[in-house]
Structure formats: C-alpha cells, structure tokens
Design a binder for this molecule. Structure first.
Ligand code: LIP
Length: 259
C-alpha cells in the first residue's frame, strides 16, 4: 500500500481547525452516564468520512457517531472525530482526532492529531512511530518511577469502581497517576515516553485503534488485559513500556481477580 501519510496529515489538520473553531458547539446526551456528543463531533466526522472516502473509495467505516460497527477483512477507517469530548465541552484543550486504517481486522495505519498542541502522531505497521515527523520511542523508567495514566469508564459504574481500586494500588507501588480524559492522547503519551503505563477497562475501537499501533511501533506493548484485543467491539486496553509491562500487568490482573 502506498503511504497515505501526507494526505492523512492534511485531512486531520483540517479537521483540527474545525475543532478549534467549534469550541462552543451544542451538546446532546447519549446513552449512559456522562456520555455526550456535540454538533462539532458530528460535523468533524462527516468531514472525515467524506475526505477519507475520496482518499480511499473502497474503504469501509467504523465511526463513533454513526450506528455502524461491522468490521470485515476489508480496508476500514476507524474514526473518533473528537476523542475527549467532555474535555472539549469544558474547554479543557485536551482532545484529539483519531483515525486508524484497519486491514484484516487490525490497525496498519494510525494517526492522532491534537489541534491544541498542533501535534500529529503517525505510524504505519513496521515503519516506526513519529510525532510531527520526528521518531518517537517509549520510555525506560523503572516501574517504581512510572507515571500511570488511566481512564475510568464513566459509562460503566462497575468498571469505574474496579478502576479506582487499581489506581489506589498503582499510587502505592508506582510513582504517580494521570487521568487525561482522552484514550487517544493517553496512548500518544506512552508512545512519546511521557507516560509509562496506561489502562482502561472498557473502550470502543475508535478510542484506541490508532493509539494501539502507535505504542507498538514506538517499542511498547499494547494488549487487552481482559482477553483478546479486538476492534469490532468494546474491550479493555493496557499499554506499557517493556520495562514496566510485566509488573503493571500483574497488578492489573491481581486487582481484576479481586474485584
Ligand atoms: C473518551 C475516552 C476516554 C474515556 C472517556 C471517553 P470520548 O472518549 O477517550 O479514555 O475515559 O470516558 O470515553 O467519548 O471522549 O470520545
């Protein structure tokens, strides 16, 4: 497949400009606790689907703000138009546009653009990971020095409760915690070496597909701590550096067993 990096970069930067202009968008509630969508999410998704269809007419789509979640072996764009929607609504300047291209049901291209930092993280399978064109690598801190990022699954109170037990354990055994509100940005932080561990017990494919590839291409480990990694439905996500992964995964699995 010829690289689509330059075309994807242009498309994501234009979508990013829409996010920056759309700060005061109308908000609607979706199903579940604290689950919102704005008219800017929908407008950005409409733009992305149109632009990506022109780039690759044969590709199918999985997108957060549409009802379709049917994954086949065919080339499929997996889109989160604004990851970190609650941050966007509150003007917290911590949201990203995330696009992955899946082939044979797994990511082969991942692109995450943070318009608030003008930062584009990009990876193609087997070709490394980059931030604004510069190579990125995961960190080499010891587990006891690790910054642990996490997501709390606000739509699932049972998972949030389990998560709070896990972060209490990490507070005691690693260095400190961070909660950004965007899985895509959390996974970029691991790939860039700014966090050492990240986990969230339930995410949708559009939250993590691009970030999963970025972490692996930056030398990290990314898996589902609850079973098989999947991109056709919700699953847990765990990402870590090679130096921290074994200890961190053991903590997660012990706490999952207890909960
Ligand atoms: C968000 C995720 C985040 C999670 C939030 C929310 P959204 O995605 O990226 O990790 O903790 O609850 O699901 O809904 O802002 O696109």
């Amino acid at each position: 497949m010829a690289s689509i990096e330059k075309q994807l970069e242009q498309i994501l930067r234009k979508a990013g400009a829409m996010v920056l202009e759309g700060q005061y968008a109308a908000v609607s509630a979706k199903e579940g606790h604290a689950n919102f969508v704005t008219d800017c999410d929908v407008a950005v998704q409409d733009y992305l689907m149109d632009a990506l269809h022109q780039l690759m007419p044969q590709a199918q789509f999985i997108a957060e703000e549409s009802d379709v979640l049917r994954l086949t072996d065919a080339p499929t764009f997996c889109i989160d138009p604004i990851d970190g929607t609650l941050n966007f609504i509150h003007g917290r300047r911590a949201s990203a546009i995330s696009v992955a291209l899946l082939e044979n049901r797994r990511p082969v291209v991942g692109a995450i653009y943070n318009p608030f930092e003008d930062a584009l993280c990009y990876a193609e399978e087997g070709k490394g990971a980059f931030r604004n064109g510069k190579p990125i690598r995961v960190s080499n801190f010891a587990f006891e020095e690790a910054v642990v990022a996490f997501g709390t699954s606000p739509y699932s109170p049972d998972l949030s409760r389990k998560t709070l037990h896990m972060i209490e354990r990490f507070m005691r055994e690693a260095a400190d915690l961070r909660r950004s509100g965007s899985a895509a940005l959390d996974l970029c932080d691991v790939a860039c070496g700014r966090s050492d561990i990240y986990f969230e017990l339930e995410l949708s494919p559009w939250d993590h597909a691009a970030g999963e590839l970025l972490v692996r291409e930056a030398g990290g480990i990314c898996l589902n701590p609850l079973g098989e990694m999947r991109f056709d439905g919700k699953c847990g996500v765990f990402a870590a550096t090679p130096r921290c992964a074994e200890r961190a995964l053991a903590v997660l699995k012990e706490e999952i067993e207890k909960a």
